[in-house]
Design a binder for this molecule. Structure first.
Ligand SMILES: [Zn+2]
Length: 165
């Protein structure tokens, strides 16, 4: 047996593994429609949400609209409207009303009344106290505040009277 073999270019070529035909590109998976399963954006704690930038809020609304549209099956315009509502609720929880004294209603400043109790609403650092009959007006004002703040950073429908956007 020979210790060395003469180099044979032809044999060498035949021994080489021929390159495989170019692999077909893998089929691109259909877009994952379950946005809620891969994003933790909307689950940020309230303290973190309080410092969201306009871009953060826009991303939140975009995500909520996508979830409403693809997971919820809503038409785009309805999905966007509901997403803005979600943002309002999110803004309210991220910016709770300041706590108030339990002797006075935060809405009308009145004291305790018979048949119209002062009810505690969870607030920053305690509770804000509102008459049962004042609550809907107080909450509507809170919502208006949230809408105004979100519109001020360019989200949601344009403020009434504005022809822009
Ligand atoms: Zn009141």
């Amino acid at each position: 047996m020979r210790a060395f073999q003469k180099f044979d270019p032809a044999a060498d070529r035949s021994m080489r593994v021929s390159p495989l035909p170019a692999a077909k590109p893998a089929k691109v998976a259909k877009a994952d429609r379950h946005f809620s399963s891969f994003s933790n954006f909307s689950r940020a704690p309230a303290a973190a949400r309080a410092s969201w930038t306009a871009a953060d809020w826009q991303a939140y609304v975009d995500e909520r609209a996508a979830i409403r549209e693809y997971d919820g099956g809503f038409p785009r315009t309805e999905a966007e409207r509901l997403a803005f509502d979600d943002a309002v609720g999110h803004w309210l929880s991220a910016h709770p009303a300041p706590a108030s004294a339990p002797e006075h209603c935060a809405q009308c400043c009145g004291g305790p009344r018979t048949y119209d109790e002062l009810l505690p609403v969870l607030a920053s650092g305690g509770h804000v106290w509102v008459h049962n009959k004042c609550w809907s007006v107080w909450y509507a004002a809170r919502r208006l505040e949230a809408v105004a703040m979100l519109q001020a950073i360019g989200l949601g429908p344009a403020p009434a009277g504005s022809s822009e956007k």
